[in-house]
Design a protein around this ligand. Structure first.
Ligand code: DX5
Ligand code: ZN
Length: 223
């Protein structure tokens, strides 16, 4: 599969959110990545259903909603109604992860499960069939602009191997500190979806940053 690029709106300029959404619409990006933080599961608060619903009115690409919240099962239907196409919950926030993934699928959204840098992929062994996507956090969640934790590259490789051995279709998404400096290694390790916040929105030319991330592997990185 050709890899997907999911710019993270957390790094956008919220005073000009419409322009940044339009930028993604006209770029080579594939998805919008939307980071929902509750100040409890992670030490930061971002935005919720209301902002996502506004974005949905003009977004021309799927909304990939990453819930960094406790008790996500209470809000899944609301995020689906707000326009989420993919809903990802954290393994660490869900005592009944199997049930929560089923709940997401029942809304019609694709179900994703995320793990923190300190959580091994082995804990997902019994839910890999239930997920359309596994999100591997490559920073500790809560903030954009952090440094990529190198060890997580190994986790992408391990997960890719597990999925291949079991012939399972789940996509692998990698989130945190991703940019041109590590994208190629991540894709080689087996990542399918690259989330990119700062490396897109803090770039001098975000359109070009997205294009370059998208073109990795095509041999056209010099443009
Ligand atoms: C971190 C979020 C990420 C974040 C990535 O908690 O889940 O999606 O926006 O931002 P960068 O790419 O700047 O690390
Ligand atoms: Zn995220």
């Amino acid at each position: 599969m050709k890899h997907l690029i999911a710019p993270s709106i957390l790094a956008a300029d919220f005073m000009r959110l419409r322009e940044d959404v339009e930028l993604i619409n006209t770029s080579n990006a594939d998805w919008f990545h939307l980071d929902v933080m509750d100040g409890r599961f992670v030490p930061n608060i971002s935005f919720g259903q209301f902002i996502i619903k506004q974005i949905k009115t003009i977004a021309k690409k799927p909304l990939d909603v990453h819930l960094m919240i406790l008790e996500p099962e209470k809000y899944i239907e609301q995020f689906r109604e707000a326009g989420a196409d993919v809903i990802t919950v954290h393994y660490e926030a869900c005592p009944h992860i199997h049930r929560t993934l089923a709940q997401i699928r029942e809304t019609g959204a694709q179900a994703g499960v995320a793990i923190n840098p300190g959580t091994p992929i082995s804990v997902l062994e019994d839910v890999l069939e239930e997920a359309s996507m596994v999100l591997i956090m490559s920073v500790n969640p809560g903030f954009g602009g952090q440094k990529f934790i190198y060890r997580t590259l190994k986790k992408v490789e391990q997960l890719k191997e597990r999925l291949t051995v079991r012939n399972l279709p789940a996509k692998i998404e990698i989130d945190g500190g991703v940019g041109l400096q590590n994208a190629e290694s991540l894709l080689q390790a087996g990542a399918d979806v690259l989330v990119a916040g700062s490396s897109v929105f803090k770039a001098d030319n975000p359109m070009k940053a997205i294009r370059r991330l998208k073109e990795i592997g095509k041999g056209s990185l010099l443009a």
